[in-house]
Design a protein around this ligand. Structure first.
Ligand code: KG4
Length: 333
């Protein structure tokens, strides 16, 4: 069975072709250059650029997979959560292909894509597992029972971790997208130089909060600027990153203890962060937990994870009608 997967929830236009043996093509067209000068994503520009990119990206994926559009058995597309204008482009495009080709359309929750992206790599977990999805729009813990059953057990009460990375990068003029830049600066800095706050919340809480940390970094930088003192960007990035990673690792281990689970899976753009990968693996090893992390290309937004989640929904008999709409908030949250 050949599934075409389309992702357009934010600023990447992505398409992939998946068959029963794996990924035949995976194409991502990034809008980094378009949004870089604004220091963040401009929703209207994102939607307009998806319109320009969606057909060429799908065409390239089909071409690389060596098939024509009439060789596809089903088309899966991200239905939400995300920016409404961006979502509408990919989802409407998918519904149109499905109607014209008379094949099923499957609307996929973006979170489900991240929860399952680990199955796109060589190292694959068994069910059930605890998944930490940590991206620009979400920081959530899920209990994953099988390919289509997920239960959210913790989430951020304010900013997502990726959003905090992006805002710290903007504050320090490091460029956009911020996460990879902060991580690069942090690699050359001292993570113990500044003691930024960690929001643990209640003793057994699996929720997150990163707005206090972001404000602490902003206050620190503004004070140094007012005092005309040197801003040690590398140390600030390293200390900020330590604060984020500490909380993500601790809460994930806490989730395993509370839910009596032995397997941890990471997903989402921030899961590409080297320090998070390193600290999570060391801690899981000490706790006797098995850890699975998707290859970095499948941590960030991609069409392959949407095709995979769509394939499993289709197997479960779930398809989406032509009058279905997109959504900005995940029903899984
Ligand atoms: O999953 P994703 O591609 O898009 C969604 O938000 O759904 O994640 C993008 C987020 C951005 O906030 C970006 O700054 C962050 O992931 N990110 C990173 C790294 N690579 C991407 N954050 C920290 N370290 C990284 N290496």
């Amino acid at each position: 069975m050949l599934i075409l997967g389309i992702e357009s929830s934010c600023d990447d236009t992505a398409a992939a072709v998946l068959d029963s043996t794996g990924i035949r093509a995976n194409i991502v067209s990034s809008q980094f250059d378009i949004h870089a000068r604004f220091g963040g994503i401009v929703p209207e520009l994102a939607a307009r650029n998806h319109i320009e990119a969606v057909w060429p990206v799908v065409d390239e994926a089909l071409d690389k997979a060596g098939i024509a559009i009439d060789g596809i058995d089903g088309v899966a597309a991200t239905r939400g959560p995300g920016l409404i204008g961006s979502l509408l482009v990919g989802f409407t495009f998918a519904k149109a292909i499905a109607l014209v080709q008379n094949i099923p359309c499957i609307g996929v929750d973006h979170m489900a894509g991240h929860l399952l992206s680990v199955f796109l790599g060589a190292d694959q977990p068994g069910f059930p597992y605890i998944a930490l999805v940590v991206s620009g729009g979400n920081t959530s813990l899920f209990k994953v029972k099988n390919y289509t059953t997920f239960k959210m057990i913790g989430r951020t009460r304010d900013d997502a971790a990726g959003e905090a990375f992006d805002k710290v990068a903007k504050l320090l003029d490091l460029g956009y997208p911020g996460g990879p830049m902060v991580s690069r600066y942090a690699a050359g800095g001292d993570g113990t130089a500044m003691k930024f706050p960690r929001a643990w919340l209640a003793e057994d809480s699996l929720d997150f909060s990163f707005s206090g940390l972001k404000t602490a970094v902003a206050n620190y930088v503004h004070k140094k600027r007012q005092q005309k003192k040197k801003i040690r960007k590398k140390n600030i990035c390293a200390s900020f990153q330590e604060a984020v990673v500490d909380v993500l690792v601790e809460k994930t281990v806490r989730a395993c203890r509370l839910e009596n689970m032995q397997t941890v899976v990471l997903g989402g753009g921030v899961a590409a962060n080297d320090r998070l990968r390193q600290c999570m693996s060391e801690r899981c090893r000490r706790e006797g937990l098995e850890l699975f992390i998707p290859p970095p290309d499948f941590c960030t937004d991609n069409g392959a994870m949407i095709a995979l989640a769509g394939y499993h929904l289709l197997q479960a008999g779930e398809t989406t009608g032509p009058d279905s709409d997109v959504f900005s908030r995940s029903p899984l949250n």
